[in-house]
Write a protein that binds this ligand. Structure first.
Ligand code: HAM
Length: 560
């Protein structure tokens, strides 16, 4: 469906809603608008930045995609899991990694205000750039220490010795900083760096352990549920899938939202046989195929496991190579040399590309077991006819991965073209307090999948009604209600206008709604038992008895 068609459908839908509301008001004699409550003026609200409403007819495609996932995943032995949208912040910090962008910058956490301070005061490098930024940082320190005082006094934060101590130190530090600033020392210098460094540590140490976050992804919650419900006692592996909204505070753009939807699957427990990795990917490609998504590209890689003779050794080598070219790298990559050198490989900055291409590659530094695992995964994919491309720079942005990682891109998405990401994460369940457990999974970005399907013209097909019942007269109305019930039971989508309309007006409505047939019921049709059915595409009409008409429409429906 093109953008224009979608806009037309949406306009139709809005018109229907307006007409319905007007009809209801006319029927009930309700006033045009509700009486405003005392003190409240009128205000129009809009969906907040990065979130959006999904409306019919677009939701039909969402339902179709989700139905396809239920069916395809079911054929591979997966069962659906539904976990809460809110989990403890600590769960995500532990599994995804406290230093990752998702956890350190993008999570919606509560109490939100304190989290804002934490994110803004957690690194001082920006504040050390110029006088203005230093000033902003100091202001935030002062406001933060006042807010903490309020929160601690009101018992909304744990009154632990760490917190009380950190609060006192922060209060002292903020008056020291104010004194220094007021004495004219307003330029970033080593003394400021030392002072801000102390503030940074205190802010980080502060214990906000009772915090909760909106889930930014589904793997952590699924692993938590696996442990909490002792699923390791079930026959292994346990195969689970989920779908639903996720939340990340990212800069919104096409294909990137702050509330977005994922369809994900996880295999937990049992062995780590490469055939499991390959079958999971096979399932994913089958799903895309059944959805009609074309032009996908599957990239795979192995990032080994965390041991000196494998990824850790490689990371150290990478770090030392990156140190040699540090001054040619951008600020993000420079920071990542320390925090996670592998993530430098993810960089999209043009001037960094030739530098990255010359870096050592992980495939040459995997341990023997990981090397074999990766080779067999590739062989198993070939056995299943799955076409892949190897990408040595595919390291993924979440900390829990090891060995197999993969990503799928789809056309029509611009820069946000990853429609799915996943990989193996043996060890994550154990890290979250469960038994040693193998794990692998993926998540599809449903918004992006839908966008790509729409861009390629794979809309959800006809969205109109099957039958619009144009009725006039009291007796006809009673018959129309019965006819609507019978037709709906037969699976037809039926529109029954709630108030009487002249036939001309009713037929106009029927065609605006994209109806296929109009069933015309007037008192004469009811009296002689012969109903009129009009095919709206060509205007032809036929007269049929009630039973014959139902039979005709049932057959038409079956042939649709
Ligand atoms: P991820 O790569 O962070 O992995 O996200 C998976 C997919 O979700 C992305 O490829 C993208 O299509 C979609 N996505 C992510 N952020 C956004 C956004 N802001 N707006 C729209 N779509 C987005 C994970 O989430 C892992 N939990 C996947 C996984 C499951 N690995 C193992 N099991």
């Amino acid at each position: 469906m093109s953008d224009q068609e979608r806009a037309a459908k949406r306009a139709q839908w809005e018109e229907i809603n307006r007409a319905k509301a007007a009809a209801k008001q006319k029927e009930q004699g309700t006033p045009d608008s509700a009486e405003p409550r005392a003190g409240l003026t009128q205000k129009q609200f809009q969906a907040i930045r990065g979130t959006r409403d999904l409306l019919p007819p677009d939701t039909a495609l969402w339902n179709h995609v989700e139905q396809t996932a239920h069916e395809v995943f079911g054929t591979f032995g997966f069962g659906e899991i539904r976990t809460p949208i809110i989990e403890s912040t600590e769960l995500f910090a532990r599994s995804i990694g406290g230093e990752t962008d998702v956890v350190s910058k993008e999570m919606y956490s509560f109490p939100e205000e304190l989290d804002f301070f934490r994110q803004n005061l957690g690194t001082i490098s920006e504040a050390m750039q110029n006088e203005g930024r230093l000033n902003r940082y100091l202001n935030l320190v002062v406001v933060f220490s006042e807010r903490l005082k309020d929160e601690l006094n009101a018992n909304r934060l744990p009154q632990t010795p760490t917190n009380l101590g950190a609060f006192q130190q922060l209060a002292d530090l903020s008056s020291e900083a104010l004194g220094r600033w007021n004495s004219g020392k307003t330029k970033p210098d080593p003394e400021w760096e030392e002072l801000l460094g102390r503030a940074e540590t205190m802010v980080r140490d502060f214990d906000l352990e009772d915090k909760e976050s909106l889930r930014p992804e589904g793997t952590a919650g699924t692993c938590r549920a696996y442990i909490e419900h002792h699923m390791q006692q079930l026959p292994q592996p346990v195969k689970l899938y989920y779908m639903g909204p996720m939340f990340r505070r990212e800069r919104p753009q096409k294909g990137r939202y702050r509330q977005f939807y994922q369809i994900g699957a996880e295999i937990l427990g049992g062995a780590d046989a490469p055939a499991i990795d390959a079958e999971l990917i096979e399932m994913l490609m089958t799903f895309f195929d059944k959805c009609g998504l074309q032009g996908t590209e599957l990239s795979i890689n192995s990032i080994g496991h965390s041991a000196d003779n494998c990824r850790r050794g490689y990371s150290a080598l990478l770090r030392s190579e990156l140190e040699k070219v540090k001054d040619k790298l951008g600020a993000d990559s420079q920071r990542r040399i320390e925090t996670n050198p592998l993530r430098v490989l993810d960089s999209k900055l043009e001037h960094e590309q030739p530098i990255i291409e010359k870096l050592p590659r992980i495939a040459d530094h995997l341990c023997d077991d990981c090397k074999t695992h990766y080779a067999v995964v590739k062989h198993e994919l070939e056995l299943r006819g799955v076409i892949y491309r190897e990408n040595w720079r595919l390291v993924r942005g979440l900390d829990y991965y090891m060995r197999t990682t993969f990503e799928i891109t789809a056309p029509g998405l611009g820069s946000q073209n990853a429609v799915c990401g996943g990989g193996r994460y043996d060890g994550l369940v154990e890290l979250l307090g469960g038994p040693p457990t193998k794990g692998i999974g993926f998540a599809i970005g449903e918004d992006r999948l839908i966008l790509s399907l729409e861009e390629s013209g794979k809309g959800a097909g006809r969205q109109g009604r099957d039958v619009y019942i144009a009725w006039m007269g009291e007796r006809a109305y009673a018959t129309a209600i019965r006819a609507a019930k019978d037709l709906r039971n037969a699976g037809c989508s039926v529109e029954l206008p709630p108030t009487e309309l002249k036939f001309g007006k009713a037929l106009e409505r029927a065609s605006k709604l994209g109806s296929r047939f109009a069933l015309i019921l007037g008192d004469s049709e009811v009296a002689d038992g012969q109903w009129t059915l009009k095919t709206l595409a060509d205007g032809s009409q036929q007269k049929l008895s009630e039973a014959a008409l139902l039979e005709y429409l049932r057959n038409q429906k079956a042939g649709l």
